[in-house]
Design a binder for this molecule. Structure first.
Ligand SMILES: NC(=O)c1ccc[n+]([C@@H]2O[C@H](COP(=O)([O-])OP(=O)(O)OC[C@H]3O[C@@H](n4cnc5c(N)ncnc54)[C@H](OP(=O)(O)O)[C@@H]3O)[C@@H](O)[C@H]2O)c1
Length: 244
């Protein structure tokens, strides 16, 4: 299937590793001109070189960093036709371990960052009558994970945003969807201290996902083939979420 995105421009944040990188790699292979943003310059440059992407060194955890990333993106590739919003996950915590400052930090990291990115690039998409926004969230938005309170709460809020915004922009050729990874084998997943064999046994597919399996879904949603899918949160989880 030709995704028909040759010549489209794309920004993938958190794009140097894991799920963001896998998404960027497939978009690039499909012919988009891709920029990837992340903090660690060395990894970012290596990853960008590997897939022929434009590197944008950015710390997206606060507003100044997000605005700087937006400016650099405009300088390097113009306003992107495709925006994949992704970043590192928030700190683990039970509710008893959360703090007001922790909530503010996690909200900046996941929610305010998402709003800033959409605010910056939505209008140009509407003017072109073509745009794709995909937000990488988590299955935890539907099936809360103990000890991931910040993630459980804030990602569900992002799904509310996706639902609401889709109905405002659908007529203008813009789609906005979320993808919910289940357990996918990335650096983050392998560093979380989980017993991965046990995790795999709990998934109907009996294995962890590969980053490219999530990347394929992201690339499809970013394509010309996904014009009528809007306002959805779609899981890529080997059957983990059931009846939700
Ligand atoms: N993997 C899974 O199974 C899974 C499941 C559910 C949800 N998720 C969520 O999916 C997202 C991506 O996960 P992943 O597994 O791909 O993680 P990962 O392998 O750790 O990759 C995270 C990417 O985001 C970048 N990043 C992190 N913090 C950043 C910041 N403040 N500013 C700019 N870039 C930043 C990282 O680069 P730098 O560190 O160099 O900045 C890296 O490129 C996370 O939010 C995670 O919670 C993942």
């Amino acid at each position: 299937m030709d995704l028909n995105i040759t010549g489209r421009t794309a920004l993938v944040t958190g794009g140097s590793k894991g799920l963001g990188f896998a998404s960027a790699e497939i978009l690039s292979r499909e012919g988009a001109k891709v920029a990837i943003a992340a903090r660690t310059e060395e990894t970012l440059l290596k990853s960008a070189k590997k897939i022929g992407a434009v590197p944008i060194v950015s710390d997206l955890s606060d507003r100044a960093g997000v605005l700087a990333c937006i400016d650099k993106t405009r300088d390097m590739i113009g306003n992107p036709d495709i925006l994949v919003i992704n970043t590192g996950g928030p700190q683990p915590a039970t509710f008893a371990q959360t703090t007001p400052d922790g909530w503010r930090t996690a909200t900046d990291q996941l929610f305010h960052f998402t709003i800033e990115m959409i605010t910056a690039f939505l209008e140009p998409m509407k003017e072109k009558s073509w745009g794709r926004i995909v937000i990488i969230t988590s299955f935890a938005a539907k099936e809360p994970v103990p000890n991931l309170l910040y993630s459980n709460a804030l990602r569900a809020g992002i799904h509310g945003l996706v639902n609401s915004l889709a109905s405002e922009v659908a007529e203008q050729g813009v789609t906005i969807n979320a993808v919910m990874p289940g357990f996918i084998k990335t650096d983050r997943m392998t560093s979380m201290g989980l017993v991965l064999d046990k995790v795999a046994a709990s998934i109907p597919a009996k294995r962890l996902g590969q980053p490219s399996e999530l990347g394929d879904l992201v690339a499809f949603l970013c394509s010309d083939r996904a014009t009528y899918i809007n306002g959805q949160a779609i899981a890529c989880d080997g059957g983990l979420l059931q009846g939700i």
